[in-house]
Design a binder for this molecule. Structure first.
Ligand SMILES: [Zn+2]
Ligand SMILES: [Zn+2]
Length: 246
């Protein structure tokens, strides 16, 4: 699939290679020169195991449906992540989010494309989890959009960044406990009916922790008329201790 990528994707990817040639990076995992995140370190990334809730993707002792999803089925059909939010992936996302190392998003997108091949999902459009205006002003970019765009190019689906909007500013989820996270993002998003009505929507984000953000996005999309919503993130944090380790 990546070999058959459209020209625009190849150009985007080549641009980063030129940039790396001009300003040679070192691998964030092992310090190896000339790679931002070398192939060997990418190989050591711990992928999400098979023993998960088939709806929300949370780790379980054995594969099935978790209690939360049995009692309150989520608005999305399924939520999955490529790998566990541990080193070196944790460092990758940290650099992408806070240190403007934005070319890492394309590497994450490639792994997520390979992950999606293993999932039997039919989707019509790719939508990133939006960022609030305040965060966008501070950071200057939305890391979820930087992953979603190359993902859409590689999977040949329309990229629809305006399908979801953040209608309420929310404090960062980082220091919040589980219940606070669910309250924090409740009704924080709205979806544009014209762009999603009758469509299967794939929502992309960088990290899933409790799944609260993805649920809030999916709920808005379903309310706006989306037929089905799927969620895919690069990383999955193990939230079993009840507090984030982000
Ligand atoms: Zn390395
Ligand atoms: Zn679940």
């Amino acid at each position: 699939m990546i070999e058959r990528a459209p020209i625009i994707y190849k150009a985007y990817s080549a641009l980063w290679r030129i940039f790396d040639w001009l300003y040679p990076p070192t691998c964030l995992g092992c310090g190896e020169p000339l790679a931002r995140w070398c192939g060997a370190c990418q190989m050591t990334t711990k992928v999400v195991p098979h023993t998960i809730c088939i709806r929300c993707g949370q780790l379980l002792a054995k594969r099935g449906i978790c209690l939360r999803c049995q009692e309150n089925p989520p608005s999305y059909v399924a939520l999955r992540a490529w790998a566990m939010y541990k080193k070196p992936l944790r460092e990758v996302i940290h650099r992408l989010k806070y240190r403007r190392d934005i070319s890492l998003a394309e590497i994450l997108a490639r792994h997520m494309v390979l992950k999606h091949v293993t999932l039997d999902w039919e989707f019509d459009v790719v939508v990133p989890v939006p960022q609030g205006i305040v965060r966008m002003r501070e950071r200057g970019y939305n890391q979820a959009a930087l992953i979603a765009w190359p993902f859409a190019l590689l999977t040949g689906r329309p990229y629809v960044p305006k399908a979801l909007v953040k209608v309420r500013e929310t404090p960062s989820q980082v220091d919040l406990a589980v219940q606070e996270r669910w309250e924090n993002v409740k009704q924080a998003f709205a979806a544009e009916g014209k762009m999603v009505e009758g469509k299967n929507v794939l929502v992309i984000d960088d990290v899933t922790t409790t799944g609260a953000t993805m649920e809030a996005c999916a709920s808005a999309l379903v309310q706006a008329g989306a037929r089905a919503v799927y969620g895919l993130t690069a990383a999955r944090a193990d939230f079993t201790d009840g507090r984030s380790r982000l």
